[in-house]
Design a protein around this ligand. Structure first.
Ligand code: PMP
Length: 351
């Protein structure tokens, strides 16, 4: 242990959701992946890249991907940074916009990667309590922390903060506000347009969810000149490999398939939420591709997850307050969601 930096010696790495052994038939509803495979064009694009050869480095800033994203958003490609997943861009933001010893503010609970990143960068956390079902705490906007992160829709609750509120947070904050919109495609609104008005806003998106490319690791950031420059100062030399870049372009160009994924997820989210409520679960309204649910009296979350796991169904459960006793279920395809509902009813969960 003495080889590791003093401030990290008792740290814990990010704990991802369980990955079942490859090739086995599990119903995996624990990491908010897409219920469908990506566009068929993605496979074709990947085969073309491989046929062309892999000995050259990719474009350092994934210019082709940037151009397609900028075209879709109607902005200048200079305002887009592409990364190895939104997670990498979050890490870059923690490195670029706060000195070790500074504070980073976020409402809590939120994305569980953030405390890990804070620790690595030596930032002290300022957690603003945000109980499930309540509005964003006003203290978050008022904080003078040099870096703030707002996940919108939030994970793991699925709550959406309106753009007016996001704009107020930006206006009141002395430093950078990172708006993690990983799940925004499943929500009624997104706030990317606010970057024109707020030079301290950095919006993050991912192709892992609504474009079904989690296996490829592509995310992007949108922001004004100074925040983009900040990310560029700390980014990796070639963060997006040639295969991932080609896959990303192909997926972004097939908007029909993207809309199909989004519509399916929203429809199934509402069906799943309704079915869980009928069984007596308390279900938070979700604007994302997952739902947070608390089992009715008589059933207990961790036991239920273990019993589902015996049936090869993976969901995520939370051990710490204020989410202790809650289960997060990723919206799967119709068969997967029905299998989950049937399993819960066989396990005797009822109102
Ligand atoms: N942000 C949030 C809020 C997430 O839940 C996730 C998925 N774990 C990510 C970012 C990661 O996105 P990516 O796969 O692009 O790294």
């Amino acid at each position: 242990v003495t080889l590791i930096r003093r401030s990290l010696r008792d740290a814990a790495p990010y704990e991802p959701g369980e990955q079942p052994p490859p090739g086995e038939d599990w119903i995996k509803l624990n990491t908010n992946e897409s219920p469908l495979e990506p566009s068929a064009r993605v496979g074709e694009a990947i085969r073309r890249v491989v046929a062309r050869g892999l000995r050259r480095y990719p474009q350092p800033q994934a210019d082709e991907v940037r151009r397609v994203i900028a075209g879709r958003l109607g902005i200048d490609p200079a305002g887009v940074v592409v990364g190895n997943g939104a997670d990498e861009l979050l890490r870059l933001a923690f490195t670029a916009f706060a000195e070790p010893g500074d504070r980073v503010a976020y409402p809590w609970p939120t994305y569980s990667l953030l405390p890990v990143l804070a620790r690595v960068q030596g930032l002290s956390e300022e957690r603003h309590a945000w109980p499930p079902g309540e509005p964003l705490p006003g203290s978050f906007a008022l904080s003078d922390a040099p870096l703030k992160v707002l996940t919108n829709p939030n994970a793991p609750t699925g709550a959406l903060v309106p753009c007016d509120t996001v704009g107020e947070v930006c206006a009141q904050s002395p430093g950078v506000v990172v708006l993690d919109e990983a799940y925004a495609d499943f929500a009624r609104t997104d706030c990317a347009h606010l970057v024109e008005r707020h030079g301290n806003l950095l919006v993050l998106r991912t192709l892992s969810k609504s474009y079904a490319l989690a296996g490829m690791r592509v995310g992007f950031a949108v922001g004004g000149p100074e925040v983009v420059r900040g990310l560029e100062l700390v980014r990796d030399s070639y963060p997006v490999d040639s295969v991932a870049a080609a896959a990303a372009v192909a997926a972004l160009e097939d908007q029909r398939h993207h809309r199909h994924i989004v519509e399916l997820v929203i429809r199934e989210r509402e069906r799943l939420s309704g079915a869980l409520r009928e069984m007596g679960f308390t279900v938070l309204p979700s604007e994302a591709n997952f739902v947070m649910a608390r089992p009715p009296q008589g059933s207990e979350a961790s036991g239920l997850c273990a019993q589902l796991r015996e049936r090869r169904i993976l969901v995520r459960h939370f051990a710490h307050d204020p989410l202790a006793g809650w289960i997060r279920v990723t919206v799967g395809n119709p068969e997967e969601n029905s299998a989950l509902i049937d399993a819960l009813s066989e396990l005797g969960v009822r109102a």
